[in-house]
Design a protein around this ligand. Structure first.
Ligand code: CA
Ligand code: CA
Length: 336
């Protein structure tokens, strides 16, 4: 029997209506939820976690058989403290947290926070994520309600790379319809000397932010295509954030912007991250994204990095054809 949110909640006493009543900031205030309904929420969440989280052992390949529309619905692959893992040709869809937690101290107005990335790498080394498709469908953010003035967020990341993960290649995937898509480094103190990641020939379409958000590591971002048109309510905030001294080389990527969208909004940073590299195209024209961002921001991105990429398989010295060529050579289902 396929279990749903109601099955996990059964027997715990949790209900969203009761939770909202218990922790309404108007009556509960700004302290962290605790007691009755929060305990019930945690109990229901533990039941869900047990059923949807799959730990991937070392030296493992998980590959969708060509021609079968293979994928994982509503699940979360956790690659934690293991080496040598391949994830290929799979569609990750409908990953959701049935029991988001209200954090009244997150930001100035509080936030709803969720667990479960479709794929989580924590302390994972030598990982190749190739030809996968990631999507929130059919549980899109635009269908979610607002409670306590904040969006009820049921999604976490699509593919997060944190806690000292290292030597990761993310290649020929499609990232679609998602908000916080890819985190590299979970905090400003995540492991120095690791988080070396190559991200190439991916399509990012209908993505709000974090494509990726990079901290600390050496990240090579090349030959990706970003389509920033709003898709199913997912409105782009920014593509690439370089912070906490991240050393990003971004070269020969292509962006398609809707009319009126600003190049300066494609990047983000905290004033300590770098973005080097050139040959990036915006609507077909070579564009210096960093110069545009720095002209508009007080937290300038640095333009030099402390390394030179050497592992750059398939690097194309022109991004011109990517919007066309990546349409049929990325994501799940195109391998034969
Ligand atoms: Ca995450
Ligand atoms: Ca500036």
């Amino acid at each position: 029997k396929k279990l749903g949110c109601a099955d996990y909640a059964a027997g715990t006493g949790y209900s969203l209506a009761s939770y909202l009543k218990a922790y309404d900031p108007a009556t509960w205030g700004k302290k962290a939820p605790s007691g009755g309904q929060e305990d019930a929420r945690a109990a229901a969440a533990a039941k869900q976690k047990k059923n949807i989280v799959f730990r991937v052992p070392a030296n493992t390949t998980i590959v969708g058989v060509p021609g079968t529309n293979a994928g994982i619905k509503g699940g979360s692959l956790q690659v934690q403290n293991v080496d040598n893992v391949i994830v290929r040709n799979l569609t990750f869809a409908a990953t959701e947290d049935c029991f988001p937690q209200w954090d009244p101290t997150d930001g100035s107005s509080g936030e709803w926070n969720s667990n479960y990335d479709s794929v989580t790498l924590r302390g994972a080394t030598h990982v190749w994520a190739d030809h996968n498709t990631f999507t929130d469908a059919p549980f899109s953010d635009s269908a979610q309600k607002t409670y306590f003035g904040r969006k009820y967020q049921i999604h976490d990341g699509a593919l997060d790379i944190t806690n000292g993960s290292d030597l990761v290649t993310v290649e020929r995937n499609q990232f679609t319809n998602h908000d916080k898509t890819m985190l590299i480094g979970s905090s400003d103190t995540d492991s120095t000397g690791k988080l070396r990641v190559s991200i190439h020939h991916n399509v990012w379409k209908g993505i709000v932010q974090r494509a990726p958000l990079a901290r600390i590591g050496q990240i090579h971002l090349y030959n990706n295509f970003y389509d920033t048109a709003t898709l199913n309510g997912y409105a782009a905030k920014y593509s690439l954030d370089s912070r906490a001294k991240a050393q990003v080389v971004a070269e020969h990527n292509a962006w398609q912007l809707p009319s009126g969208a600003k190049v300066a909004k494609l990047l983000s940073g905290d004033g300590t991250g770098s973005v080097a590299g050139g040959g990036n195209l915006v609507n077909g024209r070579v564009t210096d994204l960093v110069a545009a961002y720095n002209a508009a921001s007080s937290k300038d991105l640095k333009t030099t990095v402390n390394w030179t990429p050497t592992l750059k398989a398939g690097l194309e010295k022109s991004a011109k054809n990517l919007p066309t060529s990546l349409g049929t050579t990325t994501g799940a289902g195109v391998l034969s």
